[in-house]
Design a binder for this molecule. Sequence first.
Ligand SMILES: [Mg+2]
Length: 252
Amino acid sequence: MAAGKFNVLFSDLDGTLIFSASRKKVGDIVIEHKDGEDISCVTARQAELLPNIGNIIPVTTRSVEQYRRIEFPKGFAPEYALCDNGGTLLINGESDGPWLERSADIFREAMEDISRFRALLERDPDRRFEVRMVDGFFLFTKSANPVLTLARLGTGESCECFATGEKVYVIPKRLNKGAAVKRLAELIGLPREGIFCAGDSLMDVPMLNAAHTAIFTENIPEYKITAPERIQRPANGFSEFVTEMAAALQRR
Ligand SMILES: [Mg+2]
């Protein structure tokens, strides 16, 4: 990727570039399995387009292990990918050392808040899963009542708490997807005008706001998005729309 000369599409994965196998229709292609079950899919049209697309940078909350489980259509091999909500940068599939060290420094600044939230989660009566530290960058658990769990957590100076479905996350503010997109854009010399970001959940808002053009689903209220250009789309068919958009940007 000759950075700086191209428009780059930073894309969330689950619900944005790929979708859950629970929404699989005839013709869709399963790209992730776990314990014998289908986990994620792309459409046939996406499978046709993706191998010729070189301007997508995945930005995901997935751990590196979960990211590597995805079998993208042959030929689609992103040069850069951000995992752990931006804490880890993969360059051609390998974790970048300096990036990881910088992330660890940023994480340490949020340690006090992380410990406090961890203790709160440990004794949350609605918790339905262990409190897990993902790749050393954020806390993850599941709650039977995420709204109540979030209310009990309250707010933190250096961390933010999110829920998507039953999943609950506590993430250092300076290690969010938006901070990661800005860090990487600077590293590869990409001006804001060239930054397109796509996402489908509130955890993607910081990244969408780091973009010049934000592409997001109806799950995200438009007033939360401050990017100069905004494209809001239905959640249904979003992954194909995002892929078509990346292909069109590449032809510009
Ligand atoms: Mg998502």
